[in-house]
Design a protein around this ligand. Structure first.
Ligand SMILES: O=P(O)(O)OC[C@H]1O[C@H](OP(=O)(O)OP(=O)(O)O)[C@H](O)[C@@H]1O
Ligand SMILES: Nc1ncnc2[nH]cnc12
Length: 182
């Protein structure tokens, strides 16, 4: 994970009403995402993830490019959990909160008994992932694995659940920069 580590030292931090927010190619699409970095991440995910699944699931927006690259690499189909409703039959809505926002998301085309790998760029409060896991569980899907690129240390909403998250790097973020926790 050499490129991933290096990239964190160059990443700007912005203040979102007192919340230190990492601006990183994988988490924001800016600054420019180097294909070699994306490749390193996809290889990293394939090494740790359970790939014996029916579908890769990624939340809009910044899980999408990671999950797309992973889908191309593994031939596993991809479902995106969207921030907009399509009003399709069986669409499931969920409410998610992060450290700086509050919004709805919508799940389509996940069925009971689907085996799923959930992929996202970053886990912070865990508000997004916990809401997604609850909704997928209500549908009756089986969450086989959850992999994120970055996990902010210090505890998350997932700690109170049975779901385990694997991260490529554990980090903390404050105004002075990013610390990697090995
Ligand atoms: O653990 P949490 O506190 O829930 O934060 C993690 C979530 O926050 C970011 O998404 P965001 O909602 O900012 O949307 P984006 O992907 O469109 O940037 C990130 O991509 C994760 O999905
Ligand atoms: N890019 C980011 N940096 C820090 N915390 C976050 N929580 C969600 N996205 C984040």
């Amino acid at each position: 994970m050499e490129k991933l580590r290096e990239s964190l030292h160059e990443a700007p931090i912005i203040d979102k009403d007192g919340y230190s927010y990492l601006v990183h190619p994988l988490s924001n699409g800016v600054p420019m995402l180097d294909p070699q970095l994306l490749r390193e991440v996809v290889v990293g995910v394939t090494r740790v993830a359970d790939l014996d699944v029916d579908k890769i699931v990624a939340p809009e927006a910044m899980g999408i490019h990671i999950a797309t690259a992973l889908s191309l690499q593994t031939d596993i189909p991809l479902v995106v959990i969207r921030k907009r409703s399509y009003g399709l039959d069986e669409e499931v809505a969920l409410h998610k909160t992060t450290g700086y926002s509050d919004s709805e998301m919508f799940i389509n085309d996940i069925e009971a008994d689907d085996d799923l790998l959930i992929v996202d760029d970053l886990l912070s409060t865990g508000g997004t992932m916990a809401a997604i896991c609850d909704a997928l569980d209500d549908i009756g899907a089986n969450i086989s694995d959850i992999v994120v690129v970055f996990r902010k240390v210090g505890g998350s909403a997932l700690d109170e659940t049975d779901y385990e998250v694997t991260s490529l790097l554990d980090i903390s973020v404050d105004q002075s920069g990013v610390t990697i926790h090995d």
